[in-house]
Design a protein around this ligand. Structure first.
Ligand SMILES: [Zn+2]
Length: 299
């Protein structure tokens, strides 16, 4: 009972010296890339804009890149470059994790033969979060109002829809219109709320409304199937645990109203992939158990 939003993001940065012939070739390449991107990721505009900035320094011959992350959560960046008569000090493509509001040293480019024209053109994909995470040790709070109880109706590796990159997810039987709360503090990085339909076939797999929150440890949490137009937060907003994100609903690949909650990270291909997580319940941290009813404590 879930859906999946591809969450790759991209950007480009041009090198210093450009010849028209090369530029035309790359423009065509970029256009094709953009079309593929649009076809594969119709929801890309519902992601927070790129927080990546490249800062160039030069010693008169070589150029070095510093990679800056302007967001308040870690970001994984996949950098690539087309090189002509140029050597990169880092083998590319390469993955970098840039800390919140921080920088990492990127590659230095230098000409193979400084008597000839040389150029490079970088492009990148990014995703909020840290692809190196093996799991998430900090438990998550139950994402509904204190005093309310809901049953876990599908858990990790659930046979209906918790497979592959979506294996580590839990479904709870929230009725439509129930407030969904942030399970941890974080930054809202994706909101999709325009889908209105639901069904049990694969046709509905990528038609779930979703709010995604990025956390300070590089993990991501996602709340799926929310009601159309029900988001109570905006892209780029910092939320506190317990703050209302949206109303639960029944959109996308779903057999009935429920909340799908998952914890994810970027894969090495930057597509998000889920990982095991713990819920805080009655003072204990445990993986969600199918059939168990979870009551959020009144604090
Ligand atoms: Zn699910």
């Amino acid at each position: 009972m879930n859906s999946h939003i591809l969450s790759q993001n991209r950007g480009a940065s041009e090198g210093p010296r450009w010849l028209w012939g090369q530029a035309a070739r790359f423009r065509r390449w970029q256009l094709v890339s953009l079309l593929i991107l649009l076809l594969a990721q119709p929801l890309w505009a519902e992601l927070l804009a790129s927080p990546i900035r490249f800062e160039k320094t030069t010693d008169g011959v070589r150029e070095s890149l510093v990679l800056r992350n302007t967001s308040s959560v870690p970001v994984t960046l996949r950098l690539n470059a087309e090189l002509l008569n140029t050597t990169s000090s880092h083998s590319l493509p390469r993955l970098y994790v840039i800390p919140a509001l921080g920088t990492v040293q990127g590659p230095t480019f230098e000409p193979d033969d400084s008597r000839s024209a040389w150029r490079y053109q970088t492009d990148y994909l990014f995703q909020f979060g840290d692809y190196r995470l093996a799991g998430c040790e900090t438990p998550f709070f139950l994402p509904w109002n204190p005093g309310e109880s809901y049953q876990c109706i599908q858990g990790f590796h659930g046979s209906f829809s918790h497979h592959g990159g979506e294996a580590y997810a839990a479904d709870f039987d929230l009725q439509e219109g129930t407030p969904v709360l942030a399970a941890r503090d974080g930054l809202v990085v994706s909101i999709v709320e325009h889908f209105t339909e639901a069904g049990t076939t694969q046709d509905f797999f990528d038609k779930a409304n979703v709010v995604m929150v990025a956390h300070d440890d590089g993990s991501l949490s996602r709340y799926l199937h929310i009601q159309p137009g029900s988001a109570k937060v905006t892209l780029g907003q910092r939320v506190q645990r317990g703050e209302i994100l949206a109303l639960s609903g029944n959109t996308g690949m779903s057999a009935g109203p429920h909340l799908h909650f998952e914890v994810a990270k970027p894969g090495s291909n930057l597509v998000t992939t889920t990982m095991p997580f713990l819920l805080l319940y009655e003072g204990m941290a445990e993986q969600p158990q199918v059939g168990k009813t979870y009551k959020a404590p009144v604090e």
